[in-house]
Design a protein around this ligand. Structure first.
Ligand code: PRX
Length: 571
């Protein structure tokens, strides 16, 4: 098979030769680079922040560089250590203990990061929620995780059904100036009185650290549970793949409500001691380029949807900004189009390095290291210490170029340790010692992996993973909707958009105002990214005899493809 390759050497890298690194690599040896290897006890907050704050040469380096339209603020490693200590003391005062789930539902801000590390410092499990979530999405997650505390803002509190969440005992309000806080814990007030020193709760490698809810084809979102052990891989991939060194200025565009925003927006950069740019506010090509230029960003981790938008905004805009400090660009979350890579070579004079991983995998697994030759359209190769393969449904490995399940040999450090309260769900990911991703792919003869699609009905819209079931459930709560089937429809900019097929209850007829109302209903009930961009009224929703919605058939209809096997279709 003919493949184009791009091999443009663009500097010196932490890893000069991946094959040498891969040879004889094992994670156990990597652990020995950390001091906790000898004590057995660990805490991510210490390794990411306090360790640097204790180093006289590093403590005054800017750790967090926050920029939003309304506010600009920076915190050194020392300041971030002190603020997170203060918040850890607040948590202790309110009896938050090791293993408790403490959720954060707020926009990115310095307070978010101080709170986040405060949570880890008391040994609790942090659960960041995307700020765009509406009531149903918030309720599902708080209910399932049985979070005992939530940190939020007065504006977002409206979307928290406090009275319906018996486990949620305490709510901390950030930025509550002028608000009646009598039923809540006032962040600013508590922080003022809190001590800047704190004795970290040392935990085991396998103790819980962070939880992210993500979607599958069926059921409510599931709580993907990660432990402190993951830090080895965050650190290693930060060094190898992001190519971070201590004087880098790094910007990951993802929100911490998604796994990229914690693993690579928090852990990997700070474990590697870099200055981390955190940007609040909305996307526009101008404001993004300004962020890169103004803060002299050197390493930039973003997503295909954003890159496609920047591409359609045109390279002339890019050329108006001084992006000369940007030395390394990476992408994650959805297929990275070869034409984006080609465009970036021209517009930014840089290659874009695709990386593949999932909420469940906790960290990057298949990547394009900066020293590697890039094959546009390929996700790259497994990182050292990781074995990936293409397997059939029985767990047998397939030869090059054969399409099958993209699978990874169990045993990498950042692997999820549980699906919260659902062991059967967790076990369903594995076959013959392989973690099965749900993606289909093939491998070429040189070991590069090529993504083909999802094998289940999970939708990937603008890099955000949406479960059709959640959207369908919300749709049928609307009084006009009888049944609903939801699919991802290919879209040039967003990868996929959400398309809903619905049947109407008696007495309702198709009209545009109604369809818009239904769309808004999902948007305000669940979240903006889960609202269908297209809604089509049909006479029936195809189902199997056992009542399962045949989304595959809906998709074939939509795309005008052959419908395949319909033997299980209901009469
Ligand atoms: O289908 C793959 C796609 O995103 C899914 C994982 O989504 P999520 O858990 O939200 O995590 C996203 C960020 C880590 C995968 O199963 N995906 C992720 N990276 C790529 C990708 N698809 C193609 N190319 C990628 N590089």
């Amino acid at each position: 098979m003919e493949t184009t390759t791009i091999d443009v050497r663009q500097g010196d890298f932490n890893v000069e030769d991946v094959e040498t690194l891969r040879k004889d690599f094992n994670w156990e040896e990597m652990k020995a680079t950390f001091s906790w290897y000898h004590t057995g006890k660990v805490n991510m907050a210490y390794e990411a922040i306090d360790r640097h704050a204790e180093n006289p040469n590093k403590k005054d380096q800017i750790a967090l560089l926050y920029s939003s339209p309304k506010r600009e603020e920076s915190l050194t490693f020392d300041q971030l250590r002190k603020r997170s200590n203060q918040f850890a003391n607040v948590l202790k005062k309110y009896h938050v203990n090791k293993g408790d789930r403490v959720f954060l539902f707020m926009p990115r801000s310095p307070e978010f990061y101080a709170s986040f590390f405060g949570i880890l410092k008391v040994g609790a499990v942090a659960g960041p929620l995307f700020e765009a979530f509406m009531e149903q999405a918030v309720r599902d997650r708080l209910e399932d995780s049985q979070a005992s505390m939530l940190i939020t803002t007065p504006e977002l509190l409206e979307r928290v059904p406090v009275d319906e969440l018996p486990d949620l005992e305490k709510i901390v309000l950030v930025g509550a100036t002028g608000v009646d806080v009598s039923n809540y814990i006032d962040f600013d007030h508590e922080m003022e009185g809190a001590s800047e020193s704190f004795d970290i709760e040392w935990v085991d490698l396998e103790d819980g650290m962070v939880m992210h809810y993500t979607s599958g084809s069926t059921g409510k979102p599931k709580g993907v549970y990660h432990v402190h052990h993951a830090m080895i891989q965050h650190y290693a991939t930060g060094k190898w793949v992001l190519d971070l060194t201590e004087d880098d200025v790094y910007w990951c565009t993802a929100d911490p409500g998604w796994v990229t925003g914690t693993s690579y927006g928090i852990f990997a950069p700070w474990l590697n001691g870099v200055t981390n740019v955190i940007r609040g506010g909305r996307y526009s090509p101008e404001s993004w380029y300004e962020t890169l230029a103004k803060y002299d960003v050197t390493v930039w981790y973003t997503a295909p949807t954003a890159l496609r938008k920047l591409m359609s905004a045109g390279k002339d805009i890019a050329k108006q900004y001084d992006l000369s400090k940007v030395r390394h660009i990476l992408s994650v979350g959805e297929p990275l189009n070869p034409e984006v890579i080609t465009w970036a070579l021209d517009a930014y004079d840089r290659r874009i390095h695709d990386t593949w991983w999932m909420t469940e995998t906790g960290a990057m697994l298949i990547v394009n290291l900066p020293c590697m030759e890039i094959r546009p359209g390929s996700m790259g190769k497994p990182i050292p210490g990781v074995e990936a393969s293409i397997i059939d449904d029985d767990g047998n490995e397939l030869p090059p170029y054969q399409m099958g399940n993209l699978a990874v040999k169990e045993g990498w450090p950042s692997m999820m340790r549980a699906i919260w309260k659902r062991p059967e769900k967790y076990n369903s990911y594995f076959i013959n010692g392989w973690y099965v991703s749900g993606d289909s792919a093939y491998m070429d003869e040189d070991g590069y992996f090529w993504f083909q699609g999802r094998l289940d009905d999970v939708i990937n819209t603008s890099g955000e993973r949406v479960g059709p079931f959640e959207v369908e459930s919300k749709l049928i709560e609307h009084h006009a909707v009888s049944e609903a089937g939801v699919i991802g429809k290919p879209d040039a900019e967003r990868g996929e958009i959400i398309k809903a097929f619905i049947t109407l209850n008696p007495g309702y007829e198709k009209d545009d105002a109604l369809l818009e109302e239904i769309r808004q209903y999902v948007k305000t009930g669940l979240s903006a990214h889960a609202a269908p961009r297209e809604i089509e009224i049909t006479d029936t929703i195809p189902k199997t005899r056992s009542g399962k919605i045949m989304r595959r058939l809906l998709k074939s209809w939509e795309l005008g493809l052959p419908t395949g096997d319909t033997s299980t279709l209901e009469e």
